[in-house]
Design a protein around this ligand. Structure first.
Ligand SMILES: Nc1ncnc2c1ncn2[C@@H]1O[C@H](COP(=O)(O)OP(=O)(O)OP(=O)(O)O)[C@@H](O)[C@H]1O
Length: 856
């Protein structure tokens, strides 16, 4: 227990699994936790005494099944092993922690999900920027970036790390990232640039980081250094598979912030059992392809050349069906190359997995051959980067048995003909069986004991067993070892001689097998980089095959991409809704044309449930798919490269974040208006609906006007219930009205779901309420109120006011920035407590401000 306490004190925040003989034991609080999580028995030791403690344990060979459960429960687990052979020491056996498993640093297949990366991240708050680093130790991928809070937030959302390392002093600051990450706080000194730079150079065995193109990323480097530090802290020292570090270039990919990722339901649906775009398009057949597709979806490209290269390969695969089938068949037969080769580097690969590695490499050659012959530049390049490593596959085939076991100690891993000594020992050990059979026969004949048998136990090795009825026939020279109820057990000189030979041979076989296996792994280590390179090409090809498959199965077409800023989609469809429609119901395709000269903003009105949101989202999804290099759900499309996609959905369910929903909506919209570019695509869905009608209309109007007049003229789809906004098209050239058509029957409405030019007059909200099963009384009453309100021309009032607003052409420039009046008005507004202000008081306040201006 002294030894235990000493080790435990070094890992106070981890659950310590303490190896005792054949068991891993836990003590005290750890035991209580472990027994609960693992469902194992909790016992007490030293009951009643001062050293009373809880105890729970499990057999050492069950580690692989129990460890993931502990890690998944969010625990850090320190594995403490016996570091010497108990037979060789007379005192307490030496023990030490050999691995600290945490959610972000896991190599165990049971903890990892095959189609998801398991990233460990570090965030460093620098003076100007925030640095971030992501490492997946199971694949060796190491990435870094730096930027403002929004960018880092977006990356964290994209990469969804299982664990984030943060400097202790920035605990508070990190909590501003509104995501629930498992976080571990490290001492401040770890986040020092010089220290980080030095650790990276040392790890990569280089003098500077220029070769990786990250030398200037001061904060990114600091974060990456913290990641490396953490690996050594958790005893992960065999990490030669982390052979490079790459920058995530902000300007290479389409910008989508976290709201957009969420609103578009790219990776996950917002509904509990809903379907995401990834669910629909992920037809990849290899784990590495699955992981890459997820990444591609978060980071659509902005480089025309790269997109076209992907498209050209997809086109080839669609047209050359037999090549496509052959390639995909080979990829299907592969195991997770990326993770297998990482296991080689970390020394955790089993003989069976080495055979799987070999078979996966063998599947590369046919793919390479097809690629080289294809004549498609992109595919030829890809094939050139595939290395089937023939030297390696040959070596593995020669060294290992095809059906090698999971555990090297099980024996029979090494093939015949590898070592003469091993072969001899094996034949000796296998001839033992027939030797024993012969001996039994001989002794039965000699002694006349017909039921005589030879067996083995761990206490005294080989023995002859004689039933009591034949006891008197036992020869004198046999030595009695054990008396049972109905039999006696003997040993003989000959048996002992035989035993030492056989047991010696078996022990030697085990040592030799391990030795040869160790040499094979050392040999494999030279191939880590070429295999990683091949694996990444296979992942790409798998994604492109999935694109081809989607194109064939879902009727997707190849979009035309160019450098313009125009968007012209013919008969576009929403790929997710389309797949979810009840049988027999067809998705109604729609055209969307947006450009910066004539049709910059489309104001879409239409009743509730008519399909406004669907049109907005499908437009973004089509652009994203196109810029990933995929084909798209449309009849055809011309897409000028988009560099930012913003989507905002009117206040709905963000209340859990502790801010008013409307405040959240305005915050989100403000961040769009501050980040516009000529190539932005903006989708605003019911912006302004979170407040009163007048406020809402005014805000929506002002936002649309701002976008229209902004020099970047960003392409915008604006879905709204406020048909008042249709008036904007009269005075703003590039705002066009469309509506999602419906057919009005006497007391019913049929949704036609077709986007047609022109505004719409009503919202049919009451009709939807009726459809939803609202009591007739309520529907009837609502209709009456609506009639009355419409008669009072309330909405026309608004329209009139808005018209006046246009005529007055309010010049905001009357506020000169240095104007003392501005200061005065600002003070006046700041002093006002809006929460307690009644509408009348607000009007009076406004009047007061107006008077101040008139006075001027
Ligand atoms: N083009 C279409 N073809 C077939 N079904 C569609 C189409 N568009 C939408 N739908 C169906 O109609 C439902 C409502 O669409 P959507 O949410 O886009 O309406 P909305 O006009 O935005 O409604 P609200 O104003 O109430 O938010 C979708 O969930 C989908 O099932």
């Amino acid at each position: 227990m002294q030894q235990y306490n000493k080790i435990k004190s070094k890992y106070p925040d981890a659950l310590l699994l303490f190896r005792v003989g054949d068991f891993y034991e836990t003590f005290g609080e750890d035991a209580v936790h472990a027994s609960k999580i693992l469902g194992i028995v909790l016992t007490k030791r030293g009951a009643g005494s001062t050293s009373e403690t809880h105890l729970a344990g499990f057999p050492h060979h069950s580690l692989n099944s129990y460890l993931p459960k502990l890690v998944k429960a969010g625990l850090r687990v320190a594995i403490c092993d016996q570091l010497e052979d108990p037979k060789m020491t007379k005192t307490i056996v030496k023990r030490g922690v050999t691995e600290l498993v945490t959610p972000g640093v896991a190599l165990n297949d049971e903890v990892l999900q095959s189609k998801n990366n398991n990233f460990l991240a570090a965030v460093h708050f620098g003076k100007k920027y925030i640095g971030v680093s992501f490492l997946d130790i199971s694949t060796g991928e190491f990435l870094t970036a730096q930027g403002n809070e929004e960018y880092i937030d977006k990356l964290l959302q994209n990469f969804k790390p299982s664990e984030v390392l943060v400097q202790k002093q920035f605990k508070q600051k990190f909590s501003q990232f509104k995501a629930n990450f498992y976080t571990f706080y490290l001492d401040d000194w770890v986040f020092q640039h010089e220290f980080a730079h030095e650790s990276l150079c040392k790890h990569f065995k280089v003098k500077s980081l220029k070769g990786f193109g990250i030398e200037d990323l001061v904060d990114g480097i600091t974060a990456s250094g913290a990641v490396l530090f953490y690996l050594s802290e958790t005893q992960h020292n065999n990490i030669s598979h982390i052979s490079q570090i790459k920058q995530i270039h902000q300007d290479k990919y389409v910008w989508m912030d976290r709201f957009t990722l969420r609103n578009l339901e790219l990776h996950a649906s917002n509904a509990a059992d809903g379907i995401s775009l990834l669910d629909i398009i992920d037809q990849t057949v290899s784990p590495m392809g699955g992981r890459l597709l997820r990444r591609w979806l978060s980071l659509p490209l902005k480089d025309l050349q790269e997109i076209k290269e992907r498209q050209s390969i997809v086109k080839y695969l669609i047209e050359k069906e037999s090549d496509f089938e052959k390639i995909w068949g080979q990829i299907k037969s592969m195991s997770d190359l990326e993770r297998l080769i990482s296991k080689v580097a970390t020394g955790k690969i089993s003989p069976r997995e080495v055979v799987m590695l070999k078979n996966s490499l063998l599947a590369i050659s046919p793919i390479k051959e097809i690629g080289l012959k294809s004549g498609i530049e992109g595919l030829v390049n890809l094939a050139n980067n595939l290395d089937p490593c023939p030297e390696l596959t040959q070596k593995i085939s020669q060294t290992l048995n095809e059906n090698a076991p999971v555990n090297i100690n099980k024996g029979n891993s090494i093939a015949e003909g590898v070592s003469e000594e091993l072969d001899e020992l094996r034949s000796l050990s296998s001839s033992g069986k027939s030797y024993l059979d012969q001996m039994v026969e001989r002794e039965i004949e000699r002694t006349g004991i017909s039921s005589l048998k030879i067996a083995f136990n761990n206490v005294f090795g080989y023995y002859i067993e004689v039933r009591n009825t034949h006891k008197d026939k036992v020869p004198e020279e046999w030595i009695r070892k054990q008396t049972l109820v109905s039999a006696e057990r003997y040993i003989t000189e000959e048996l002992k001689h035989y035993e030492s030979k056989i047991l010696g041979a078996q022990e030697k076989i085990a040592v030799l097998e391990q030795e040869i296996y160790g040499q094979l792994i050392d040999f494999l280590l030279q191939f880590v980089q070429p295999i990683q390179k091949s694996a990444s090409q296979i992942a790409r090809l798998d994604c492109l095959c999935a694109f081809a498959q989607n194109a064939i199965h879902y009727n997707f077409v190849k979009p035309v991409l160019d450098d313009s800023t125009d968007l012209d989609i013919k008969n576009g469809r929403h790929p997710v809704i389309e797949k979810q429609l009840p049988p027999g119901e067809a998705y109604i395709a729609n055209d969307v044309v947006l450009n910066r000269n004539q049709q910059q903003i489309i104001m879409i009105t239409g009743p509730n449930m008519s399909g406004k949101s669907a049109i907005l989202r499908q437009t973004a999804l089509i652009v994203i798919l196109a810029q990933m290099g995929s084909y798209i759900p449309a009849q055809n499309a011309k897409i000028g490269l988009v560099d930012k996609i913003f989507t905002r959905v009117g206040a709905s369910d963000n209340i859990s974040m502790g801010e008013s929903t409307f405040m959240v909506e305005m915050n989100e919209t403000a961040s769009i208006l501050n980040n516009l570019s000529e190539r932005s695509l903006i989708l605003l869905d019911e912006i302004g609906r979170g407040t009163s009608t007048y406020d809402g209309i005014s805000i929506a109007w002002a936002i649309a006007e701002y976008l229209h007049n902004h020099p970047t003229k960003p392409k915008t789809l604006f879905a709204t219930h406020y048909h008042e906004l249709n008036d904007m098209s009269e005075s703003f050239d590039r705002i066009k009205n469309y509506n999602v058509s419906v057919k009005e029957l006497k007391d019913n409405v049929i949704f036609l779901r077709k986007l047609v030019p022109g505004g719409s007059k009503h919202s049919f909200g009451i009709h939807v309420a009726k459809l939803a099963g609202m009591p007739n009384e309520v529907v009837f009453k609502a209709n009456k109120i609506l009639e009355r309100l419409e008669k009072s021309h309330a909405s026309e009032d608004v329209q009139e006011k808005l018209r006046q607003h246009k005529q007055e052409d309010l010049q905001l420039s009357i506020f000169q920035l240095d104007d003392p009046l501005l200061e005065e008005i600002k003070d006046e507004i700041m002093r006002t407590n809006i929460d307690t202000l009644t509408p009348i008081e607000a009007l009076m306040k406004l009047n007061e401000i107006k008077r101040m201006l008139i006075k001027k």
